[in-house]
Design a protein around this ligand. Structure first.
Ligand code: NI
Length: 136
């Protein structure tokens, strides 16, 4: 078993809040990320795939195929967008990095499997001090 990780970056706006809570309660729970007028982060996304090395081409997964899948399924839909409003795969979810990590896992897993590899980990850094990892 061998692992390959591709890094991508995107910038996006969000607000963490619950509609059924007051602005005060949201601010108490979610802090600055609950600012009603939005704010943004420069996110870093790591996608790790695993599998056996193909005797055909010597890769675990063709890098250009992985790059294309991440671009089309994630980056084009989220980069310079508002996660709460514009991103279909985050609809109805609180825009935390935890929820985003799981949503990206669900978007990418079937595509990576179609390409003959397995998804091992999605890691997202929201700030340089915080990151989330999901292994399914
Ligand atoms: Ni935030």
């Amino acid at each position: 078993m061998i692992f390959f990780t591709r890094r991508e970056r995107f910038s996006a706006a969000h607000r963490m809040f619950r509609q059924d809570w007051t602005d005060e309660k949201n601010s108490e729970v979610f802090g600055k990320c609950s600012n009603p007028n939005w704010h943004g982060h420069n996110y870093v996304l790591w996608v790790t795939v695993k599998g056996e090395i193909s005797e055909n081409h010597g890769f675990v997964m063709n890098i250009s195929i992985l790059k294309k899948i991440i671009q089309e399924r994630i980056i084009e839909k989220i980069d310079h967008r508002n996660i709460n409003i514009d991103v279909a795969f985050m609809k109805g979810k609180i825009a935390t990095t935890e929820n985003l990590t799981i949503a990206i896992w669900n978007e990418l897993k079937p595509e990576i499997e179609k390409a003959g590899a397995s998804l091992h980990c999605i890691k997202i850094e929201e700030t340089e001090n915080n990151f989330i990892e999901y292994y399914g």
